[in-house]
Structure formats: C-alpha cells, structure tokens
Design a binder for this molecule. Structure first.
Ligand SMILES: CC(C)(COP(=O)(O)OP(=O)(O)OC[C@H]1O[C@@H](n2cnc3c(N)ncnc32)[C@H](O)[C@@H]1OP(=O)(O)O)[C@@H](O)C(=O)NCCC(=O)NCCS
Length: 167
C-alpha cells in the first residue's frame, strides 16, 4: 500500500500564518465557509496565535512536505459539545485529509470526556456533508438564514452532531 504524501500533527502557534493563508485561499473560493474574503490577515494571525496560546482552541494541521494543506480547529473547549471547523486546500481535496483531521478531533474529544462534537455546514456543501456523515455526524437542525453575509443576505446552515458516549 502506498503511504499518503501528507502528514498530520497538532497545530501550534508557529502554524498561525500558514493556517490564515489557507483560510484566505478557501474564503476566496466564496462558497464553502462562513468567513468572507477580504479580511485583515495580520489581525486573524494574532487572534489565532492568542487563542492557541491561551488554549481556547486546539487543532491539527495537514502538511504536504512543508506546505500546510489542511486545518481543523475545535472551539468552545469548556463546553460538553465543542464546535469544530475545517478546511483542506483545493489542490488536496478528496485524498482522505479531511477524514484524518476529523478522526484526530474525535479522538481528542473522547480522551477529554466530551459528550459530542458539533459543526455547522452549508446545505449545498455536498462533499463536506458526505464526509461528516461518513464520520458519524448526523443533521440536528437547519438554522434558516443563520449566516449573515456582507452584502446583506443570509444563508441557511445545518447543525451536525457526532455523539461520543454511545459507542
Ligand atoms: C470538506 C473538506 C474539509 C473535506 O476534506 P477532504 O480532504 O476533501 O475529504 P476526504 O478526502 O477526507 O473525504 C472523506 C469522505 O468525504 C466524503 N466525500 C468526499 N467527497 C465527496 C463528495 N463530492 N460528495 C459526497 N461525499 C464526499 C466521502 O465519504 C469521503 O470518503 P471516501 O473517499 O472514503 O469515499 C474539504 O473538501 C474542504 O476543505 N472543502 C472546502 C472547505 C469546506 O467545505 N470546509 C468545511 C466547511 S463546513
């Protein structure tokens, strides 16, 4: 079996710039995530560094050589059901990186006694919803017009949840 050309490791402060660059890249696609481009890159880097330093979030990154190609963050760490967000570079989608990042988050949540993990996804994001379903997440509720856009419009979001106590 060939080994994947990428590796995962926990995210640290040193990754903040590359993570925000990847976020900008995916935001520029303009359809998958709530974050809209443009945003203040330096401010986001500072916020992420501060959150990691203060342990307000944990996460993992995927690397292809030295290039950062995937990122998952878990937020609201004090909650029983923290929320996660994830992105994979367009060039590296469909290679199992998303699944591996999710498995890391599920492992962390179990070890830390969490009841479940939650996330929000746009209804038309078929790839993301397929991945989440395959990883044991189920739809909880549709939140109509939950994501406000800068142009004044608002998009529906689906809340998905992966229970961790039953299995
Ligand atoms: C969604 C995303 C994180 C998934 O990461 P990925 O690395 O592409 O996903 P994987 O290669 O690990 O796919 C794992 C599973 O997802 C599902 N999947 C993948 N592509 C799919 C598609 N087009 N339709 C339905 N399910 C799909 C499959 O179950 C797949 O498992 P399989 O390959 O064994 O069949 C990534 O595509 C991405 O970053 N997209 C843009 C940003 C985004 O949507 N972020 C999430 C916002 S909620």
């Amino acid at each position: 079996m060939t080994r994947p050309a990428w590796t995962l490791r926990p995210k640290g402060e040193r990754d903040a710039e590359a993570v925000v660059e990847l976020l900008a890249e995916v935001a520029r696609e303009g359809r998958w995530i709530a974050t809209e481009w443009p945003f203040d890159v330096a401010e986001r880097v500072d916020e992420l560094r501060a959150a990691l330093l203060a342990r307000r979030c944990v996460g993992w990154v995927a690397l292809d050589g030295r290039e950062l190609v995937g990122d998952l963050s878990v937020f609201d760490l004090v909650q029983d059901e923290p929320e996660l967000g994830m992105i994979v570079a367009a060039s590296h989608r469909g290679r199992g990186i998303g699944r591996a990042l999710l498995d890391s988050a599920v492992g962390w949540a179990r070890v830390n006694g969490k009841t479940a993990l939650r996330l929000r996804v746009f209804p038309d994001n078929e790839r993301a919803r397929g991945l989440y379903r395959a990883a044991g997440f189920v739809d909880v509720v549709v939140q109509p017009q939950a994501i406000a856009r800068r142009d004044g419009s608002a998009l529906d979001a689906i809340v998905m949840r992966r229970a961790l106590t039953a299995d």
